[in-house]
Design a protein around this ligand. Structure first.
Ligand code: BG6
Length: 468
C-alpha cells in the first residue's frame, strides 16, 4: 500500500556546497591545500581538471541562487574560504574583494528568501599555514583560524543566522594523516592524526565562543557520522566497533555536544603513548563551548571486524584495532564505491535523540555521485536521474520514521545543488539537482530537481515502497 511520507511545514529543504568546490580560484589572495595539491600533481585529478574554474559560482552566484530557489530550496550551505576572505593570515585582516563577494552572496540569499548556513572550513587550509607551521598539527594555526572566524563574524554575524565551524573535521586527520587520500597524503601517522583531532576540536570551540560573543546567531559543527557496524555478534567484533566509533565518530561528536572526549579513546592513546598535547585551559574552552545544533553528513556506514593481520607500518594508528569488513551482498554505488545503506540514517537519528540530548540537528549532506549522467539525457535535454530520486526517497523515509519517534531533526540538505568539483575525482561523479555543462557552464535542472520542488510544495511524497 502506498504511504505518504510527511515532513513539517517549516522543514529545511536544500543542499550543501562549498567554496573551494564551487567558486573557482578567481581573485583569491592565497592558495589552499587543495589548490596546491592540484598545482603540483595534476595527474592525480580526474581528466586533469582542477579547482581553477570549478562551477564558477564566483561569477554565476546570482543565477545559481535563483535557480536553487526555483527548485524549492528554502535553505543552503556554502563555505567562506579562509584563503579568499583573509588577506593577512597572521592578523585576520580581510581582503576587500572577498568581503564584497561574500556580502553579495548573502544579499542574494536574502533577496530570494533562502536561509543561508555559512561554514568556515571545508578541508581548505591555506597552504602557507601548512608549509610554515605544519597545518592543523599546530596550535598557532588554531589561533589563526580563530582570528579568521572572528573576522567573518564581525563582518557578517549580524546578517547570517546559522554558522558552522567545520565540514567533516574527521576527514582532515583520516584522509590526510591515516589513509593518504587528501593532501598532505600521509599514511598511518596516528600520533599526528590525534593531535589534529584535538586541535580541530579546540579550534571549533574557540570559534563557538567568539560567535556567541559577537553575534546573535546559532553555530554548529558538520560531522560525517559513519556508524560502525560489527561484522558479527562476537564480543570481539562488538568491542572493535565501539573503538572505531570512538575514534571516527565520537572523537568529534562527544566534545561538540558534551564538551568532553570519549574516555576509551583517551585510555587507548595513553596506553600507546600517543596522547595529544593538551592543557587544562584548553579543555575548559572545549567543555564550555559546545554547539547549538548539529549537522550530519551521511553517505555510507563503516563495517568493521577485529584485525587478524598486523598492520604493516612503523607508526601507531587506530587502524591497528580493526579491518574494514566487505559484507557480502551489500548494495554499492559502483561509481563511488560506497555502500548504500539508508537504515543508518535512522540509527544516527536515534543515537542523537538518545545519547546527545536530542539536540536540534539536520542532515547536512546525503547524496549519490554518478558517472556519465549524460547517458540519461532525454529529448528535452533533461537528465532523468531516477536512481537519485529513489536514493533520496529511501533515506528520507527512514529519517521521517525517526522523527515520528521524536528525533529532533529540522532539515535535509542534499549534496549538492549544482554539480561541483571534488577532491581529485574532479567532475567524474555528478551529485547535483542541477547539471553543469563543463564546456559552456550551462546549468540544467535534472529530474531530481523537479522532484525536490514537488516534495517541498507537498511537504513530503508518496513512497513507492516501505523501506526498512
Ligand atoms: C563529502 C564532502 O564528504 O562528500 C564533499 O563534504 C564531497 O566535499 C562529498 O564532495 C562527496 O564526496 P566526493 O569525494 O565523491 O566528492
Amino acid at each position: 500500500m502506498s504511504q505518504k511520507v510527511t515532513f513539517p511545514e517549516d522543514f529545511w529543504w536544500g543542499a550543501a556546497m562549498s567554496g573551494p568546490q564551487m567558486e573557482g580560484t578567481f581573485e583569491k589572495p592565497h592558495e589552499n591545500v587543495m589548490d596546491y595539491w592540484y598545482k603540483t600533481s595534476k595527474e592525480e585529478f580526474f581528466n586533469g581538471v582542477g579547482p581553477t574554474v570549478a562551477t564558477d559560482f564566483f561569477h554565476h552566484y546570482k543565477e545559481d541562487i535563483k535557480m536553487m530557489k526555483s527548485i524549492g530550496m528554502n535553505s543552503f550551505r556554502t563555505s567562506i574560504q579562509w584563503s579568499r576572505l583573509i588577506k593577512d593570515l597572521e592578523t585576520g585582516e580581510p581582503d576587500e574583494n572577498a568581503v564584497k563577494f561574500y556580502q553579495d552572496v548573502i544579499d542574494e540569499c536574502k533577496k530570494n528568501d533562502i536561509i543561508l548556513v555559512l561554514n568556515l572550513h571545508h578541508f581548505d587550509l591555506p597552504i602557507e599555514l601548512f608549509q610554515k607551521y605544519g597545518g592543523w598539527e599546530s596550535k598557532h594555526v588554531v589561533d589563526l583560524y580563530a582570528k579568521f572566524a572572528k573576522t567573518a563574524f564581525e563582518l557578517f554575524g549580524d546578517q547570517v543566522h546559522y554558522w558552522t565551524t567545520f565540514n567533516e573535521p574527521m576527514v582532515i586527520p583520516e584522509a590526510g594523516y591515516l589513509c593518504g587520500f587528501h593532501y598532505p597524503k600521509y599514511v598511518n601517522k596516528g600520533k599526528e592524526a590525534m593531535q589534529v583531532i584535538y586541535n580541530l576540536n579546540l579550534a571549533s570551540a574557540k570559534a563557538i565562543a567568539l560567535c556567541h560573543e559577537i553575534c546573535d546567531a546559532k553555530i554548529g559543527n558538520i560531522l560525517n557520522l559513519t556508524p560502525a557496524y560489527p561484522a558479527t555478534d562476537s564480543k570481539e567484533d562488538q568491542e572493535t566497533s565501539k573503538i572505531v566509533d570512538a575514534f571516527y565518530n565520537r572523537s568529534f561528536l562527544e566534545p561538540a555536544v558534551h564538551g568532553v572526549f570519549p574516555q576509551e579513546m583517551i585510555d587507548i592513546m595513553k596506553e600507546n603513548d600517543v596522547l595529544w598535547d593538551q592543557n587544562e585551559e584548553e579543555l575548559e574552552i572545549i567543555k564550555n563551548n559546545t554547539i547549538d545544533f548539529l549537522g550530519v553528513n551521511y553517505y555510507h556506514p563503516k563495517r568493521v571486524k577485529t584485525r587478524t593481520t598486523p598492520l604493516d607500518c612503523d607508526y601507531w594508528s587506530p587502524e591497528q584495532y580493526y579491518e574494514e569488513y566487505d559484507m557480502p551482498g551489500k548494495r554499492v554505488n559502483p561509481y563511488r564505491g560506497w555502500e548504500i545503506y539508508p537504515k543508518a540514517i535512522y540509527d544516527i537519528a536515534k543515537n542523537v535523540q538518545e545519547n546527545y540530548n536530542n539536540i536540534p540537528w539536520f542532515i547536512s549532506e546525503n547524496g549519490m555521485g554518478v558517472e556519465g549522467e549524460e547517458r540519461y539525457i532525454n529529448e528535452e535535454g533533461k537528465i532523468e536521474d531516477d536512481y537519485r530520486i529513489d536514493f533520496y526517497e529511501e533515506h528520507l523515509q527512514l529519517l521521517a520514521k525517526a522523527m515520528e519517534e521524536g528525533s529532533n531533526c529540522f532539515g535535509y540538505h542534499a549534496w549538492t545543488g549544482i554539480d561541483c568539483w571534488s577532491w581529485n575525482n574532479a567532475y567524474k561523479n555528478r551529485y547535483g539537482f542541477i547539471a553543469l555543462d563543463l564546456e559552456t557552464q550551462k546549468r540544467t535542472v535534472k529530474k531530481s530537481g523537479e522532484w525536490l520542488k514537488k516534495v517541498t510544495e507537498e511537504h513530503g511524497y508518496i513512497a513507492k515502497d516501505s523501506y526498512q
